[in-house]
Ligand binder design. Structure first.
Ligand code: MF3
Ligand code: CO
Length: 283
């Protein structure tokens, strides 16, 4: 069978250190936004926090100008799934569920990550969905780490682990048509990482690969539609969605979650590379 040739950029350990620096900028921006999320705060307010945090670190917001995208974050509220543009007119209300996606480029290397947060007191069922998306992301990252360590892992082992984690947690829609991606000197590189599918397919998972893993799930149907602004993706059935993302790299001795302040240690334990210093830098 003929397969499309993928152009996968493998990184050296030194280049992965550069990506870690970019990842920490994104992590800091997301932490500050998480702390700022509250009723009455607009999505433009969050965007301003992201841009200030990124520029203060000497980095550049990678979303801004990306195919003409006008902001530093995507802020997708409730039925918005991904790529919603922040606005001063969009003010958060008690009970909303917001997904914030943020990217930065520092010294030529990219970081990309997303979180989903409840506003004030949100419906526990929505918070559970956000936790399921997060668990699925970590399951995907762990599958990548195990696959690389064993030398037998393939790309869709990640996809399968994400899907399995979602399916075992309940009846959620797994959004199709969007997924994770390679990341490095560009925000989006080969390979595309599906959030569902059979394991054991696609390129081998090898040290030097850097991938963004980003499940998107909904309380209802997996079907989405893009709005007239050419960006905002919403669920077709109006159900609430969640999106989380980390950028990670595979090293010889384990995985490094570049956009997690602790490198992934709390969720992954020994699957995390020893290169990651035990006491992660407090920023
Ligand atoms: N961060 C998104 C992703 O994970 C892409 C954002 S698109 C942009 O792939 F236009 F907003 F930059
Ligand atoms: Co991404």
């Amino acid at each position: 069978m003929r397969r499309p040739q993928l152009d996968i950029q493998l990184k050296t350990p030194d280049q992965i250190e550069m990506m870690r620096a970019a990842g920490l900028v994104v992590a800091r921006a997301l932490r500050r936004m998480r702390e700022a999320v509250a009723p009455g705060v607009s999505t433009a307010d969050l965007d301003a926090i992201a841009e200030a945090t990124i520029r203060e670190a000497g980095a550049v917001p990678s979303f801004k100008g990306y195919h003409g995208y006008p902001a530093s974050i995507c802020s997708s509220v409730n039925e918005q799934v991904v790529h919603a543009i922040p606005s001063s007119k969009q003010v958060l209300r008690e009970g909303d569920l917001i997904s914030i996606d943020c990217g930065a480029v520092l010294n030529g290397w990219h970081g990309d990550a997303a979180i989903t947060v409840g506003v004030g007191e949100a419906d526990p069922a929505l918070l559970k969905m956000a936790a399921v998306a997060e668990d699925a992301m970590w399951a995907g990252i762990a599958a990548a780490a195990r696959g690389a360590a064993g030398g037998k892992g393939r790309l869709t082992d990640i996809s399968h682990a994400v899907e399995h984690a979602v399916r075992k947690a309940g009846r959620y829609g797994i959004v199709d048509g969007y997924g994770g991606h390679g990341i490095g000197t560009e925000m989006h590189q080969d390979p595309h990482v599906l959030n569902h599918g059979r394991p054991g397919k696609g390129p081998r998972l090898v040290p030097g690969m850097a991938l963004a893993i980003e499940p998107m799930i909904t309380m209802g149907s997996p079907r989405t539609v893009e709005q007239a602004d050419g960006w905002t993706v919403v669920t077709r059935d109006g159900s609430v969605a969640a999106h989380v993302e980390h950028s990670m790299a595979l090293l010889n001795d384990g995985v490094w979650v570049l956009t997690a302040e602790d490198g992934g240690r709390a969720r992954l334990g020994d699957l995390v590379t020893a290169r990651q210093p035990a006491g992660s830098p407090a920023v």
